[in-house]
Design a protein around this ligand. Structure first.
Ligand SMILES: *Cc1c(COP(=O)(O)O)cnc(C)c1O
Length: 389
């Protein structure tokens, strides 16, 4: 878990400010968009780098009735922190903490026969029924059972264990491959197959509380995919799943994380001065350089060397030369901001600063990766923790 700094005014080397009011508003916007369905806030990987527990609490306050994580350890940590209600986790490996999950009243996903067997054995040991959600592979080709293959066996075995009181099948679910490309033929194909796999399981006697397939892009663009529950991750954090779909504001979302660092040094250098490892940047003339004390160990992608944007004193500057482990340099073009001036790497974008999407483009990746990789050495500073009104 990340360090938490409580005083937003502390003079920190770097900080990731997490605006919980923005997060709550994003959850409300998603609830409005998927009005026939419940919302699961996906808080895996420490809430995409934003901090799992504070973000989960804020999401629940704003009406997310489910929380979702990848690993059981992440889900157990939420329960231990006192998060109430339904928590689902889906990334299991053999020997996983099935019994702890049952005792913590988690909903666990099983997408293969080995997992169902381990779950049933744990339920027997615990003397408690497990809550299980059966995962169908409708075309992603990742986890889950295949139609016409082991889906029938999984459904049959789950029903048998249910009749013995060892579990309850609470959900049937799947995941999209290309929901961020509206019109991609795989979307309609996956929906058709999902409906068929649901009909098969329900025909056999499964009575799921929730059927779900939509991630953020499907929630935002594909109402027919909402079913009973939508699993939104990146949109909760106010980031568009794909710039081709539109920016956050187009969906009524606002980025939650603002990453900044305190300029550690400003100095004059002549023209022809090499900057950072490998001298990939050489000053074109006499100028000033600013030292920004964050690097790839903090999750700043080295692939954004020579390209990443930073707001310093109202102006966009660009990373000069290579991003190092702990620091990088910007060419300040002769300006002399005071040391300690905050350099904003990314934020919501409406105060002149770059966004995580800008960094994604500079590094040749997606904004999901930019926020998720911000390291534990960067304290998360929570603002607007109290719900107004
Ligand atoms: C991460 C994840 C999500 C959330 O995806 P977003 O695109 O961030 O909304 C939903 N479902 C599953 C299974 C996931 O792994």
């Amino acid at each position: 878990m990340n360090e938490t700094a409580t005083a937003p005014t502390a003079p920190l080397r770097a900080r990731a400010e997490i605006d919980l009011a923005a997060l709550r508003a994003n959850v409300r916007a998603l609830r409005a968009r998927a009005s026939g369905a419940a919302v699961m806030a996906v808080v895996k990987s420490d809430a995409y780098g934003h901090g799992a527990v504070p973000c989960a609490r804020a999401a629940v306050e704003a009406g997310a009735s489910w929380l979702g994580t990848a690993t059981p350890e992440e889900a157990l940590a939420l329960r231990k922190a006192g998060l109430p209600g339904r928590i689902m986790c889906w990334l299991w490996t053999p020997g996983g903490p099935w019994r702890e999950a049952i005792e913590a009243d988690l909903d666990v996903s099983v997408g293969g026969m080995w997992a169902l067997r381990e779950l049933v054995a744990a339920a027997r040991e615990a003397g408690l029924p497990a809550r299980v959600q059966l995962k169908a592979d409708t075309g992603l080709g990742r986890g889950g059972c295949q139609p016409g293959g082991d889906w029938a066996e999984l459904v049959a075995e789950a029903l048998r264990a249910q009749s013995e009181g060892l579990l309850r099948v609470t959900g049937l679910w799947s995941h999209f491959a290309c929901a961020d490309e509206p019109g991609h033929p795989s979307i309609a194909a996956q929906l058709t197959l999902f409906r068929e796999m649901l009909a098969y399981a329900e025909g056999q006697g499964v009575r799921p509380e929730v059927r779900h397939i939509a991630n953020s892009p499907a929630t935002l663009t594909l109402p027919e995919s909402h079913f009973d529950l939508v699993r939104t991750g990146i949109a909760v954090y106010g980031i568009s799943p794909s710039p081709e779909l539109g920016g956050p504001a187009d969906f009524g979302l606002r980025p939650v994380m603002t990453l900044s660092a305190s300029i550690a040094l400003v100095k004059h250098v002549p023209g022809g001065h090499g900057v950072s490892y490998g001298h990939r940047y050489v000053t074109p003339g006499a100028t000033t350089l600013g030292l920004v004390p964050v690097g790839y160990a903090d999750g700043i992608p080295r692939h954004a060397s020579g390209a990443g944007p930073v707001l310093v004193d109202g102006k966009w500057r660009t990373v000069a030369g290579r991003i190092a482990m702990d620091q990088f340099v910007v060419d300040l073009g002769g300006d002399e901001p005071a040391t300690g001036t905050r350099a904003v790497l990314f934020g919501p974008g409406d105060r002149g600063e770059p966004t995580a999407e800008d960094w994604a483009q500079a590094a040749g990746t997606i904004a999901y990766e930019i926020v998720t990789r911000i390291g534990t050495r960067v304290p998360r500073v929570y603002v607007n923790e109290e719900q107004a009104g």
